[in-house]
Design a protein around this ligand. Structure first.
Ligand code: ZN
Length: 206
């Protein structure tokens, strides 16, 4: 990707390969389904405390699965050639296997090539991919892929550390356990020194 005129260009939104097409979210149908789920669970549907619950459930899922509007401008790099790392980007997502939340932090780094991106946009990219039915592994790769495609950087590193409610409140019930995933590309994959620098920056500040 090149700068055709001037020193800036617009990045493509991070929307490839979504599981949920938010434009097809049917709020009324989701509300009816939540009502049916309560009935199937044996809940007393006449209880006053449950009257608004189907509507709230539908609205909550709509919010968790609709990514915010995304716009990012890329700028010509004026010679910075070290890692750019944004640490501790908090995110919340929904596990596609249980529809339960997983939440944690993302550390996102890139080694700039021809262009740089506003650092707050790195947090936006994480958020955009989080608002879907997700797997932590897939989300980690999607963030790395997007950076690689849009920025053509010399390297990319992404680490996600998260607590999965499907593991902490049900199943094996191990509160406090964290799942860590990483994706490294380009120089961060090929060059041991650069990769080490990335992982030590992620750990040192932790
Ligand atoms: Zn799960």
């Amino acid at each position: 990707m090149k700068f055709e005129d001037g020193d800036r260009r617009t990045a493509a939104p991070p929307t490839p390969a979504r599981i949920v097409d938010a434009s097809k979210f049917d709020l009324a149908a989701a509300e009816r389904a939540a009502h049916e789920l309560l009935r199937a669970m044996g809940a007393d549907l006449d209880h006053p405390g449950l009257l608004e619950t189907p509507r709230r459930v539908a609205a909550s899922f709509a919010e968790l699965l609709t990514p915010a509007e995304f716009g990012a401008t890329l700028f010509r790099n004026e010679g910075y050639d070290e890692l750019v790392l944004v640490r501790d980007i908090a995110f919340q997502s929904l596990c596609m296997h249980h529809l339960l939340p997983f939440h944690g932090v993302a550390h996102v780094a890139y080694l700039p090539g021809e262009c740089i991106i506003g650092i707050s946009k790195l947090a936006r990219v994480v958020e955009a991919f989080a608002r879907d039915l997700q797997l932590q592994e897939r989300m980690t790769m999607q963030i790395a892929d997007w950076l690689e495609e849009e920025l053509s950087p010399r390297g990319v590193g992404v680490v996600l550390s998260a607590e999965h409610m499907c593991m902490t409140i049900r199943g094996v019930r191990k509160p406090g356990s964290r799942t860590v995933t990483s994706a490294v590309r380009g120089m961060l994959r090929k060059d041991a020194r650069t990769r080490e620098e990335f992982f030590s920056l992620v750990e040192r500040c932790g």
